[in-house]
Design a protein around this ligand. Structure first.
Ligand SMILES: [Zn+2]
Length: 62
């Protein structure tokens, strides 16, 4: 099963942290969890937006 970047759709995804499900995109440098679920792209995008917001918050406090 191919894993596609939720941000740019590229399949150049690499597992960033093997113990977790943090993936890294080799194209747009997206880093985050990728949920492999069939036909649930909308849910996945929603989830990713949530995580993206959280990440931005965390970066701001640095
Ligand atoms: Zn990407």
């Amino acid at each position: 099963m191919a894993i596609h970047c939720p941000k740019c759709g590229s399949d150049r995804m690499k597992l960033h942290v093997p113990q977790t499900s943090i993936w890294r995109c080799g194209k747009c440098r997206y880093m985050g969890p990728v949920f492999i679920e069939d036909g649930n792209l909308e849910k996945q995008l929603k989830e990713n937006r949530k995580i993206e917001k959280l990440r931005q918050k965390l970066f701001r406090f640095r």
